[in-house]
Design a protein. Structure first.
Length: 67
């Protein structure tokens, strides 16, 4: 009777870890989707706090670089 090669077992282990990562990724995506759905809606004209005060274009230099 022939034995299975080591490569078969390595391939199977690699595929198993790939499937586990895929499942974890899908769970994270579902959680993020649910979290976004549960956020209160933003009022019209209300600015996103992450980008509040940012102006497009070149930004002024910090005081330590002023000549």
């Amino acid at each position: 009777m022939a034995k299975k090669s080591r490569q078969t077992f390595l391939k199977r282990a690699k595929e198993k870890t790939r499937q586990e990562r895929k499942g974890e990724k899908e769970a994270r995506r579902a959680e993020a989707k649910e979290r976004k759905a549960n956020l209160p809606p933003q009022a019209e004209g209300e600015e996103d706090p992450d980008i509040a005060g940012i102006v497009p274009g070149p930004q002024p230099l910090p005081p330590q670089f002023d000549d």
